[in-house]
Design a protein around this ligand. Sequence first.
Ligand code: NAP
Length: 497
Amino acid sequence: MNIQTTPKSQIDAEVLIVGTGFSGLGLAVILEREGTRDYLMLERGHDVGGTWRDNHYPGAGCDVFSHLYSYSFRPNPYWSSTYSKQPEILKYLQETAEDEGIYPKVRFNTTVTRAEWIEAEDLWQVETTTGTYRARALVSATGHLSDLSLPDIEGLDSFTGKMMHSSQWDHDYDYSGKRVGIIGTGASSIQITPEIAPDVSHLTVFQRTAPYIVPRRDAPYSEAQKGMFERFPEMLQDFRKELFWGNESRFPQRLQIPAFLAQIEEMSRGHLEAQVTDPALRDKLTPPYSVGCKRILISNDYYPALQRENVTLETTGIARIDETGVTLTDGSHVELDMLILATGFEATELPIAEVIHGKVGRLSDQWEDGGQAYACTSVHGYPNFFMMLGPNTGLGAGSMIYMVETQIEYIRGALQYLAESGKVIEPDAEAQEAYVKSIHDRAERTVWIAGGCQSWYLHPRSGKLTAIWPDYMSQFRKENGTFATEGYMVRDATVSA
Ligand code: NAP
């Protein structure tokens, strides 16, 4: 039978990719190098880079090794140190887009307002702020950490001083000599706090839950090391492998295997004891849950910053915010000129799911109890749709770039299959259910479920672990790294004039 799909003239591209952060950009590089797929990218921002474009607060950086937090297919011998700061990572992504010829494929300042599967024509119709796009396949690459989360605190809007979320830093505002408050003590806050503390008149750090912190073993790479990595690429690949397996060997901590747990507990307790001498402050900084339940942070300068004369760690709860500052649950009031909200992101209920409409309706309605996807990538009822960094793709320890590259290979394979076969695919409901069950069965034994903390890794209504992959990274690749039609419903694409 000669199957004819929607004529090329009626579509803008074979594939539409939403988002140009690490995941979308990586997929584009592979498609561009392959040279056989016709794709376009939609980006709501003015440049590529995703979270690394948006998060430029003072001290912003990555706590994953630079040589792992970069594409294996685009290694960078010149990383300046063990861990990179935001400007260097953004530059890496911008240079990738430039060198690989991605920029002309991106429609910038273009926000997706609705993406709808048109069953009669077997295509995705994507409405955006700059026009409508039609494509055979849709890839969402909008990330976990792209939409900020504001704290649900009474009176937040009434504050008349300067208020900003960590991901929307206003560098025109001069905080020096000001009374500053920061809500949250996660990865963003512990980088901002030591950076701004020396310049402000007073800094109040509002802590709800103490994080575990371990030493940051950072060091610059010498010119000689960079030269060796440049001259011997295989040496760089070996180094990446060593870093990868080092991370992988830490997963048993997340399974709460006593010997592994004791090791990391000792490391963080030792760090706290070495850096904080006051027992009362140490108590406040001791987390009330098992290590690893929330992200383990790395810092050498956060605890010292908290012990500065002009810094207060406030552990009394916040009752409300008013025009001039923060009222605590004990009735006391903290007067502020500036309030920083380092309160994280909408990672559990991905905002992009609200605008994606498939055969069975809106994706966010399907995901009332948390995201679920077959192979962590495709969803029943949403044909020819692929999600990068969707349900159960986050990590507790390791590099997200490894997860991204695994999904790139899976989606590349699926797109090749669609193009060569002229078929439409979507996961079978039963296959998806069985797959998601296998994830949740594995999650039960992990610290994220059993560790006694509330984190953004858990879905707020169902309590299920929907953000994190509850197994080894290498297992993710084994299960989800190669596309196969098994588990999918496959049919011929619509015949059209
Ligand atoms: P986060 O880890 O979600 O931390 C948010 C903080 O805000 C927590 O301390 C939370 O307290 C607090 N908070 C939220 N709502 C609150 C409320 N209503 N009242 C009081 N406190 C409240 O956010 P993040 O620090 O921006 O980090 C998000 C993710 O970004 C990280 O997990 C990491 O994956 C990534 N990140 C990585 C790096 C890095 O590589 N170094 C840097 C920044 C961000 P509770 O703990 O009590 O909920």
